[in-house]
Design a protein around this ligand. Structure first.
Ligand code: SF4
Length: 269
């Protein structure tokens, strides 16, 4: 299977703005899937609402474009009924951690086998640039013209505390790292979370005077560092990239299957 076989060419050109990071994520995700040799029929992608969620429209696998914040709930239903399928859930920061925040922590707690992508551009792009739970203090947004006063979640810490068995962070600048992390996350048995710092030049970049897409990519290059590096020890404001959690833990569908089999043996089911 070649990379282009995973794309629904009839839906191109895509609707993302010029320079949007989501195209880089789509490209990397398809390359990761192609390198893993996953058959299209074995893969389901489930998304909610937002610019990032449009990814499901462009991939030629089984796709569900569902409700805002509810992608993980739909994905849980898919996985419970067909546990042999691989499930990937691309989400934006608002979709995953505001409207979908409860689904996010409970999916992590259950350690259900799927890959949750949090494409973090620190803003609601599709609806006009409102601040999100990942914007952080001082950020300007349509709903925070004088600067946001909310503190942001740290996706890695939140996912780890909630029980995700694979947690990683990368950026749209670090494409090779992104492909490699996505391959590990998709192959992991359990709930895997990959935060991808992604640029929204149209709203986040413009409102915060960060320049164009290239400047924003340059920011990811200069303000992030490999996990555990000296740069982070010297300057804790440097954001770490890499894999933070990777553990074998009981998986939800397997546990449920085992329970049903035990009950069947006893004649209770
Ligand atoms: S509004 Fe922002 S996130 Fe949405 S497509 Fe445009 S650049 Fe990308």
């Amino acid at each position: 299977m070649a990379v282009q076989d995973y794309i629904r060419k009839r839906f191109f050109p895509h609707l993302w703005c010029q320079g949007c990071g989501h195209g880089i994520v789509l490209n990397s995700l398809i390359r990761a899937i192609e390198e893993l040799g996953i058959r299209k029929n074995d893969l389901v992608m489930v998304s909610g609402i937002g610019c990032s969620s449009r990814i499901t429209g462009y991939v030629d696998v089984h796709t569900l474009h569902t409700l805002h914040g509810r992608a993980l709930a739909f994905a849980t239903g898919v996985k419970m009924s067909r546990p042999e399928l691989r499930v990937i859930v691309p989400m934006g920061d608002g979709d995953a951690l505001a409207i979908g925040g409860n689904h996010f922590i409970h999916s992590a707690r259950r350690n259900i086998d799927m890959t949750a992508l949090v494409m973090n551009n620190q803003i609601y792009g599709m609806t006009g640039g409102q601040f999100s739970p990942l914007s952080g203090p001082g950020v300007k947004a349509t709903t925070a013209p004088f600067g946001n006063i909310d503190h942001g979640f740290d996706v890695v810490k939140l996912a780890t505390a909630a029980g995700a068995s694979f947690v990683a962070r990368t950026t749209t600048y670090h494409v090779h790292q992104m492909i490699s992390i996505l391959k590990e996350a998709i192959s992991h048995k359990g709930f895997s979370v990959v935060e991808i710092m992604s640029q929204c030049p149209t709203y986040f970049g413009r409102k915060n005077k960060l320049g164009g897409a290239v400047d924003m990519l340059d920011y990811f290059k200069s303000h992030t560092t490999a996990k555990g590096s000296d740069a982070h020890k010297k300057d804790p404001l440097m954001i770490e990239r890499g894999i933070f959690v990777k553990e074998d833990r009981p998986e939800y569908c397997s546990d449920y299957d085992m329970l049903v089999k035990e009950l069947q043996l006893k004649g209770d089911a």
